[in-house]
Design a binder for this molecule. Structure first.
Ligand SMILES: [Ca+2]
Ligand SMILES: [Ca+2]
Length: 343
């Protein structure tokens, strides 16, 4: 038993360490351009840096050539997504005719033969900017076993500085945990504001009043009235809104319904990494009662459709929470005329 526990705790230590390991070697350029390719392109700057002694800069005044520094790394086992981040500063980067004519922090997923499967921009910078922090979580492409981080001037003139670059591997468990924490954060802030007993502004005629989260309404695309909710995301993060209301006494079931429409929703790794309408239940103490229940997942491009589902109310549940989200998926989700009925 002791051995098992020891092995288990070792495993936990190792996985915790993995969780925080920066996959990019020498991402702060403290050992100059060690581990990076393109030593003839990148310059170490000791004057202009974000952290430590050095940063890396790429510079050209004329010629607008492609100039890049890059590094290729292996993707650890069980990695579902990678969180990329870094600090960038720009000086007079010229806007060219093509959209790639910028200062760039790009990544690409590669197969075992280092052939590119998919690339993605983490940051794209023009003009003159102060040190700015960029962060983006990207789902690992199917078939990828390596990835490349590329820092570049994309056929444009100017100077770009990079420092403190990180790539953190995330497993499905860690992504789930991030979602749980997001949910918990929202739960923690509900006490004072959940005097509302009924779902309010469920037709989105008053913007996103009564809903929590960042979203807008569309007055050109809607199902009823004059406006509908729009959730839009181009990153595989959690983007959603929610609202908490009270469950009336002496009811045994809840029916949650609503109209949803989607535009180019791209599913993440799992079925729940999608556009979604969920309901969750909490007790008096704001503790979760049971798992989140899903009314529907929505993916791709779909016209307005009505979705409805009935659930038994879990024992001890006092409040319910309606969630509309792009849960680690990209694209656009529209929602209108959400309704809740009890029996
Ligand atoms: Ca540094
Ligand atoms: Ca409406």
């Amino acid at each position: 038993m002791k051995k098992v526990l020891l092995a288990l705790s070792l495993f936990l230590i190792i996985s915790t360490n993995n969780a925080q390991t920066n996959l990019i070697k020498n991402g702060g350029f403290e050992t100059e351009l060690l581990n990076w390719r393109g030593e003839d392109v990148g310059t170490i700057s000791t004057f202009d840096k974000k952290t430590g002694k050095n940063s890396c800069s790429i510079n050209q005044y004329v010629g607008a050539e492609w100039k890049a520094v890059d590094q290729i790394m292996s993707i650890p086992k069980n990695t579902v997504a990678i969180e990329f981040s870094g600090w960038i500063k720009a000086e007079r980067i010229e806007k060219g005719q093509n959209e790639w004519n910028t200062g760039k922090f790009d990544i690409a997923f590669l197969n075992s033969g280092e052939k590119e499967i998919k690339n993605e921009s983490i940051a794209s910078v023009l003009g003159t900017t102060a040190w700015t922090f960029y962060k983006k979580t990207v789902l690992v492409s199917a078939g990828a076993s390596k990835f490349r981080v590329m820092l570049a001037l994309g056929q444009t003139n100017g100077t770009i500085f990079f420092d403190d670059l990180k790539a953190i591997a995330l497993t499905q468990e860690q992504i789930n945990k991030i979602q749980e924490e997001e949910n918990a954060k929202k739960m923690a802030t509900t006490d004072s504001e959940s005097k509302t007993t009924e779902l309010a502004n469920s037709d989105f005629e008053n913007g996103i009043n009564s809903w929590r989260g960042n979203a807008t309404v569309s007055t050109s695309i809607f199902k009823e009235g004059k406006s509908a909710l729009v959730l839009n995301s181009n990153t595989f993060d959690w983007n959603g809104i929610d609202q908490i209301a009270t469950i009336p006494d002496n009811v045994s079931s809840i029916t949650v319904s609503g109209w949803l429409k989607s535009d180019a929703i791209k599913q993440g790794k799992d079925a729940w990494n999608n556009g979604l309408l969920n309901v969750a239940f909490t007790g008096n103490d704001n503790q979760k009662t049971g798992d989140d229940q899903n009314i529907t997942f929505i993916t791709g491009t779909t016209d307005w459709a009505f979705y409805t589902k009935t659930f038994p109310i879990p024992e001890g549940a006092k409040k319910y929470r309606i969630m509309l989200a792009l849960g680690f998926a990209t694209g656009t989700l529209y929602a209108d005329a959400i309704s809740v009925n009890f029996k």
